[in-house]
Design a protein around this ligand. Structure first.
Ligand code: NAD
Length: 377
């Protein structure tokens, strides 16, 4: 079995049996471009090579998810690293056979401009560092994937978008779920409405955070607490489940440990109203494990859980299980972005998408501060 085959395990008839249950409208599945090459598509590889990715920040997500996923990607590969820790540089060079000339630290970072092995810079740093390192990579002529949250303010997001335009390079946000068949399915249902108009959405994401000294709990590095980190999944989902942008938000914050969460939010509950009249009720928390996406419509419902973590996604509907292929999220995401670059087509998760979430997060914090509903449109 080729590594690429393992990405797309599609058991015999599995997707078909599900589609038969939900009816014709659901047949218009989004194109899973990484399942097969679209007819007439641009060549897969630029000059016959996989695009080179440099990971910036070799912390937990780079080490445990992105680097392993880059061993399974078809259209890109791990070609460089940026780290401030010499011991990590030595370890990664050996493990992944990375050339000395493709190893950078934060002082030599801008010299990426001279390195033809690196096509994509992937920023995997604490949130407050996203804007600076994204803009510098764009100025070095690289395409960029920046992790979520895109940045810690709308103003920073806009600067990043402007820098990408000026450099004529693509900027994508690390919304890996947009490259998974389950989440692509609910995005499609937002358009097709096979269960009728969407009425009420519930989304929640949370985990119990450990180490009280980590950057995620320091506002200067994180920009905020659970909302910035994982609530953003629940927020992003409520936007793509409805396919609409919220017109207003109301939010409340709760803290069970005011010492640990002195600087940032522990738990936030918020409600969004959408133009169609659909509403979303959502939770973000560092206090407990929760993963939920639920939509009830005029003629049925669907839900997913687990649905935001890295592993298999499970989904059910009022007409049966969502029996869709499972993928390695990050491999699918990075191959999707690579295809956009080689075919010069826009990413489906551009900076503008990241900005929309940060804008609502700012409104959520404002609602908590003022105790009032905040209008977004
Ligand atoms: P981490 O703490 O494990 O790693 C952070 C890295 O940044 C480390 O290598 C650290 O050395 C480096 N760093 C550089 N300057 C730093 C500073 N001043 N303070 C602290 N660290 C500094 O964090 P992580 O879990 O890898 O998260 C990194 C980014 O990736 C975050 O933006 C996070 O939201 C995002 N992330 C995304 C997903 C996803 O599923 N898309 C999952 C996890 C993390």
């Amino acid at each position: 079995m080729k590594p690429s085959d393992m990405l797309f395990p599609d058991g015999p008839g599995s997707r078909r049996s599900f589609l038969n249950k939900v009816g014709a409208a659901a047949l218009a599945l989004p194109t899973l471009s990484w399942l097969s090459e679209p007819a007439g598509a641009a060549p897969l590889f630029q000059g016959g090579k996989q695009l080179g990715v440099a990971l910036v920040g070799l912390g937990s997500y780079s080490k445990n998810q992105l680097a392993p996923a880059l061993q399974q990607t078809k259209l890109c590969k791990l070609a460089g690293i940026v780290t401030g820790t010499p011991a990590k540089a030595a370890e990664w060079k050996g493990k992944y056979n990375i050339a000395d000339k493709n190893v950078y630290d934060y002082k030599t970072y801008d010299r990426l401009i001279d390195n033809k092995d690196i096509d994509i810079v992937y920023v995997v740093l604490p949130n407050a560092m996203h804007a600076e390192y994204t803009i510098r990579a764009l100025q070095a002529g690289k395409h960029v994937i920046c992790e979520k949250p895109m940045a810690v303010s709308v103003a920073e997001c806009q600067q990043m978008i402007d820098a990408a335009k000026k450099a004529n390079r693509q900027l994508a946000i690390g919304y890996r779920l947009h490259s998974t068949p389950h989440h692509q399915q609910v995005m499609q249902w937002a358009k097709e409405k096979p269960f009728g108009n969407i009425k009420v959405v519930e989304t929640s994401d949370g985990f119990r955070i450990g180490d009280p000294n980590q950057w995620r709990l320091k506002k200067a590095l994180s920009g905020g607490g659970s909302m910035m980190d994982i609530g953003i999944y629940a927020l992003n989902a409520s936007r793509y489940v409805t396919g609409e942008e919220p017109v207003s938000v109301w939010a409340q914050e709760f803290k069970t440990d005011p010492v640990k969460f002195k600087e940032v939010d522990e738990t936030i509950l918020w409600q969004l109203k959408f133009p169609s009249g659909a509403v979303a009720n959502s939770t973000s928390t560092y206090a407990a494990s929760v993963e939920r996406l639920y939509a009830t419509c005029e003629n049925g419902w669907y839900e997913m859980g687990p649905c935001y973590g890295y592993g298999a996604i499970k989904g059910r509907t009022s007409k049966g299980d969502m029996d869709l292929p499972q993928v390695v999220h990050q491999a699918a995401q990075m191959d999707d972005f690579s295809r956009c670059i080689t075919s010069n087509t826009p990413t489906k998760v551009p900076g503008e998408e990241g900005l929309k979430d940060v804008r609502v997060i700012e409104a959520i914090y404002k609602s908590i501060e003022t105790g009032k509903t905040v209008q977004l449109a």
